[in-house]
Write a protein that binds this ligand. Structure first.
Ligand code: ZN
Length: 171
């Protein structure tokens, strides 16, 4: 992968938080989650669902949640999309099993900040557990919406507005 948008410079200033070895490892994990997505199924007894669409890339992801007393008892996803969108959705489902709605919302905000603000932002990838593997996407602005799609869709499911979630603002 090439480094875009002066990412190397900014990383240097931020104290070289993500080394080359770590970046390779992150890529491995993303490739693995794309090839063998976790919790990739339509959930028949979901209590909340939402469909998400990223028109920039064509990613279409549905999120299924079994919510009980504000706790995510089960979460799954289905759909078609690029490697980043599928890996991000797969990681989401593994990170949110058993979490409360509030914890899910907090994690959504952290992931979004990590992806959009990059190393200059307040969210340290080290504090994000397995989700740290998504931190490198920040260097590829075209792919950020691929990575955040599942998360926006999850929020749509938890808010249950019944509207299709899109990464583009409605006008
Ligand atoms: Zn995509």
């Amino acid at each position: 992968m090439k480094t875009g948008r002066g990412g190397a410079e900014i990383r240097k200033r931020a104290g070289a938080r993500v080394g080359t070895d770590l970046k390779d490892l992150y890529q491995e994990v993303i490739i693995d989650h794309n090839r063998r997505p976790r919790n990739f199924r339509k959930m028949e007894d979901a209590t909340r669902t939402a469909d998400g669409f990223n028109p920039l890339c064509g990613d279409q992801i549905s999120i299924y949640v079994k919510l009980s007393d504000n706790v995510i008892e089960d979460v799954a996803f289905h759909g078609v999309g690029c490697a980043i969108s599928k890996a991000s959705a797969s990681l989401l489902t593994t990170a949110l099993q058993g979490k409360s709605r509030e914890e899910a919302t907090a994690l959504f905000k952290q992931v979004r900040a990590m992806l959009t603000d990059g190393p200059a932002g307040s969210v340290m990838p080290e504090s994000m557990g397995k989700l740290a593997v998504l931190s490198g996407v920040w260097e590829f602005p075209m792919r950020i919406k691929c990575a955040t799609l599942a998360w926006h869709t999850l929020m749509g499911a938890l808010e249950a507005t019944g509207e299709r979630v899109t990464t583009e603002e409605e006008t």
